[in-house]
Write a protein that binds this ligand. Structure first.
Ligand SMILES: *Cc1c(COP(=O)(O)O)cnc(C)c1O
Length: 429
């Protein structure tokens, strides 16, 4: 199978032509069937661990309709801020199913997390005192985020650079922190680490697990802490490029199991629960940004002008990230034209693709920009006064459900509603 064939969109031109009659472009659309199938695979893959739980990283796709799909497979929520905690709580997610993995955390967010019974994952040793002052007394269960420093390598290739990352406790701080927490009455402990992002290899989780399991055994021996869970956090990647091979979650979970049986079980820690906080892996491939080509420009280069822009999908502008593009209705046409695919921001990095080979595009064609299901809509912003798009769900029965309406100018001006300017417009017109 050629690489190109692996990147088929989950919608057709005919479907989109029907959908735009009700919901104009641009919009993000998500595929319920694939989200469910993937969540089921994850659940199966880790079923060897009785305490296993995925806490979906809400920041990746903070939409209650999508999070509700995952809850059918036992997923909880990993929150990073007050509004994400509010969302989880409003959805009826129980405290024990909420992880609060934040950093540089404001006092009121810790207070809120504690109030709703979320598990707090501390990012820094100084947050022990900070939290104790806020709450008066520490919760009986706490987790600490670990950062060993250095670089994270698999074989000889550097996956990521924890030594440069702002997150987590150093190794010495983990031991010191656990001792302090024990003295202050904490009864149940967790360990968390996120050492490499978007890893497209089955080796990352097993290697991370080995490192955390060894740390857990030592922490238990030296501090006597009762370690109840180890949180492998996020980082399992997806194949954004057509030549990349998707991760195999069964192989990944098997690798973690192997390390578990080799390290934790012999240390008498065979009851430790494995947690994950996946975002990208849960949703990334199952979203598309659908946009219409509204202009073509022939100057020093060939440009396609879309009705979406970087506020709808920031990753290409921010990281130079690759997102595959399919011209709907031209899936099988030869990619013999080279384009820069642009949005309308007054910002030259507002390009979904640079020098991308595509079939010949005409004005009015719809583009499916792939893999926008995580860190897509959620990274949106309002630069140039641009508005956030709608989000749609392609249901298993083929129906389309609006799961977030598009922003309107009224939303944009809403934060001026106590000022004159807001009332200069007739919002009922
Ligand atoms: C962003 C984040 C995640 C999810 O990361 P993915 O790359 O989407 O899997 C999980 N945990 C924490 C603490 C994060 O910041």
């Amino acid at each position: 199978m050629s690489g190109e064939n692996r990147k088929k969109p989950f919608v057709t031109k005919e479907q989109i032509e029907e959908i735009v009659k009700t919901y104009p472009t641009p919009f993000h659309i998500y595929d319920e069937k694939s989200i469910r199938e993937n969540a089921e695979r994850l659940k199966q893959a880790f079923s060897w661990n009785p305490g296993y739980k995925e806490f979906f990283a809400v920041k990746a796709t903070p939409n209650p309709f999508l999070i509700d799909l995952l809850r059918d497979y036992g997923c909880g929520c990993d929150c990073s801020s007050l509004t994400e905690l509010m969302l989880a709580q409003a959805m009826g997610v129980k405290g024990e199913d909420i992880m609060f993995s934040s950093n540089d955390t404001p006092a009121e967010e810790f207070a809120y997390a504690a109030k709703i019974g979320a598990t707090i994952n501390l990012d820094d040793i100084t947050h022990i005192d900070f939290l104790e002052k806020i709450l008066g007394k520490l919760p009986e269960t706490l987790s600490c985020r670990y950062n060993p420093g250095g670089v994270f390598k698999i074989s000889n290739s550097i996956m990521d650079n924890p030594g440069d990352a702002k997150y987590g406790f150093t190794t010495e701080q983990m031991f010191e922190g656990f001792c302090i927490l024990k003295k202050k009455g904490v009864k149940r402990f967790g360990i968390h680490a996120f050492l490499a992002s978007n890893t497209v290899t089955n080796a990352y989780y097993p290697m991370l697990a080995k490192e955390l399991f060894e740390l857990a055994v030592e922490l238990k021996e030296k501090t006597g802490a009762d370690i109840r869970f180890i949180n492998l956090s996020g980082g399992i990647g997806i194949p954004y490029r057509p030549d990349q091979e998707a991760n195999d979650i069964f192989e990944i979970a098997d690798g973690v199991k192997h390390a578990y049986e080799e390290i934790l079980v012999p240390a008498g820690m065979g009851d430790v629960a494995i947690y994950t906080e996946l975002g990208r892996f849960m949703m990334g491939p199952y979203g598309h940004l659908i946009t219409k080509v509204i202009h073509e420009k022939h100057t020093h280069k060939e440009y396609l002008g879309c009705d979406a822009c970087a506020v709808n999908l920031m990753r290409p502008a921010m990281y130079g990230a690759y997102h595959h593009i399919t011209v709907l209705g031209k899936e099988d046409a030869p990619c013999d034209h080279k384009y820069d695919v642009t949005g309308s921001l007054c910002e030259n990095n507002d390009k979904f693709a640079v020098d991308r080979m595509l079939p010949e595009v005409e004005i009015g064609d719809y583009l499916a920009i792939h893999d926008t299901g995580a860190h897509g809509f959620s990274m949106g912003y309002n630069y140039n006064g641009k508005l956030r798009s709608a989000e749609l769900l392609l249901k298993e029965d083929g129906q389309v459900q609006l799961i977030r309406r598009a922003e309107t100018p009224k939303d944009y001006f809403a934060t001026f509603d106590c000022f004159d300017i807001y009332h200069k417009f007739d919002w009922n017109a």
